[in-house]
Design a protein around this ligand. Structure first.
Ligand SMILES: Nc1ncnc2c1ncn2[C@@H]1O[C@H](COP(=O)(O)OP(=O)(O)O)[C@@H](O)[C@H]1O
Ligand SMILES: [Mg+2]
Length: 493
């Protein structure tokens, strides 16, 4: 068989090409069409204008790539709207390129498909998809997307950290309902669908509970949206921001604020108290002196003497209070040295044990062996323990058990002193006030209300903390923590 010329194969190949390919003249008349471009075998296309034939239009179509080719002399892509083509011809005339005769465009070849361009577009799409994916996955907030059944579609590393589930596990078997405690997921969906939380289909910075794998429930700030496709819900996406640190910081800030307030109150009252104490000291000295003179220099009858003794006694009590006030407001330099707290406590107990108040109180010492020495002013520390122990004995009304325990925490690098009694405890409404200066629940003349505010000031001076734990009816424990390395700014040196 005689081989056919190569141009015949070329024509056959173009016909075999499953896409539409046709050639038009510079006035849009069809010069040749391959088999893919024929609507039926009998069609006689050559000679007709392409826009009339394919698109039933009198004029060339808007966005026609052939028009571009004729203008620019280079290949062009169709840039019209999908609706410019009749329904069954959508995608026709996607790409056109010039056929030259010498330097002139003689004809234009039009294709309904362009492979290299499509590949380029696909590549672009892939890259932008990858970029978006990367963005989500590297978000510092947890990103979780789920379909309407709750199956997880996207779950980034941050979501894994917040939830405790691995990314694989989440994508494999987790349901979005599992990350909310109780009915949480339904509530979130309800809010998402309502208008009130950032518009329909959106949630803005809503604080919700989040259930971790460990069972722990943590606070989360949630931004979420429903993903719609052609008006129908297809998925949800949520951005989860862990609020634990923020809440912790807020709490600390509040604590510091309260402490500052307390310190401020103490310092202004302290100054006031010092002034008043000095003013009272002289007249009190006068009262005592002249009462004694009257008693010594006159022959007085017993009832009168009794009254004068009463005056002396009360004046003495006033002087004691003033002394305490002055001590409380003392602003002299403190002497910081290393001290053995066990020894300080033993000494204080030794002094107190012989007082009648302590006769029926059992004292138990649980002193930590080899307790490291604490930097402090020994006078102040003695005062501190004395006040707490006296309060305990007074609360027990001289009967019960007093336990003094010391311990050392190497991790915190601090020494803890716990002083417990078996007294009536501190009622909840009294507790917030016990460190306030002049706050007392004791009978007039029995309490000054200065003991604990002084204790508070002393512990602060040492860069430590003091608190009371009490359940009414079960006694009270005062816990003092003293640091071995107090921060410089805390020390009132
Ligand atoms: N161990 C304790 N048990 C019960 N209440 C206590 C105890 N220690 C202190 N309190 C309460 O704290 C108040 C303030 O104590 P404090 O400042 O020492 O003043 P005062 O002892 O002069 O009343 C006391 O009046 C008492 O109500
Ligand atoms: Mg007291």
């Amino acid at each position: 068989m005689k081989p056919e010329p190569s141009s015949t194969y070329l024509l056959k190949a173009i016909d075999a090409f499953k896409r539409k390919l046709f050639v038009i003249s510079t006035d849009y008349r069809i010069m040749a069409v391959n088999a893919g471009g024929l609507k039926n075998e009998s069609q006689n296309l050559p000679g007709s204008k392409c826009h009339e034939l394919y698109c039933s239009r009198m004029e060339p179509c808007a966005g026609c790539p052939a028009t571009d080719v004729l203008k620019t002399g280079g290949p062009a892509i169709w840039e019209g709207q999908a609706d410019d083509f009749p329904q069954d011809d959508r995608g026709s005339c996607l790409y056109a390129y010039p056929i030259f005769s010498q330097d002139q465009v003689e004809a234009v070849a039009v294709l309904d498909f362009d492979l290299p361009i499509l590949a380029g577009l696909e590549e672009k799409l892939k890259r932008s998809n990858a970029f978006l994916r990367n963005l989500m996955l590297s978000s510092v907030d947890g990103v979780i997307a789920a379909d309407l059944k709750g199956k997880i579609l996207i779950f980034n590393e941050a979501a894994s950290e917040i939830s405790g589930y691995s990314v694989e596990k989440a994508l494999g078997s987790l349901n979005i309902r599992d990350v909310y405690p109780g009915d949480g997921a339904r509530n979130v969906m309800k809010k998402l669908r309502s208008e009130e939380f950032g518009g329909k289909g959106k949630l803005k910075s809503l604080q919700v509970d989040f259930l971790r794998k460990s069972g722990e429930v943590i606070p989360i700030s949630l931004n979420a949206a429903i993903v719609y496709e052609k008006g129908a819900e297809v998925a949800t996406i949520g951005f989860f921001h862990d609020l634990r640190e923020k809440i912790q910081m807020k709490k600390k800030l509040e604590q510091t604020r309260v402490q500052l307030l307390q310190a401020e109150k103490m310092s202004s009252l302290g100054k006031l108290a010092a002034g008043v104490a000095h003013q009272l000291n002289n007249p009190l000295g006068g009262i005592t002196l002249f009462t004694k003179l009257v008693m010594e220099e006159h022959q007085l009858e017993e009832p009168v003497l009794e009254d004068l003794r009463r005056i002396l006694k009360d004046a003495q009590r006033c002087r004691d209070t003033v002394k305490e006030l002055l001590e409380f407001a003392r602003q002299t330099r403190q002497e910081m040295r290393l001290h053995d707290i066990n020894q300080a406590i033993t000494r204080t107990l030794f002094l107190l044990e012989n007082q009648t108040l302590f006769h029926n109180i059992a004292i138990e010492k649980q002193l930590y062996k080899d307790l490291p020495h604490v930097p402090g002013d020994i006078q102040q520390l003695n005062h501190l323990f004395m006040n707490i122990i006296l309060n305990a004995a007074q609360a027990m009304e001289g009967q019960g058990k007093l336990t003094v325990k010391t311990s050392f925490s190497p991790k915190e690098n601090q020494v803890r002193i716990e002083i417990s009694d078996t007294g009536p405890g501190i009622p909840d409404d009294v507790m917030p006030h016990i460190f306030d200066p002049f706050f007392t629940t004791k009978e007039e003349g029995e309490g000054t209300g200065l003991g604990l505010s002084m204790a508070y000031g002393i512990v602060q001076n040492h860069g430590g903390t003091i608190r009371a734990e009490s359940k009414p009816g079960e006694g009270t424990t005062f816990v003092v923590d003293l640091s071995l390395t107090p921060k410089k700014e805390n020390l009132n040196e």
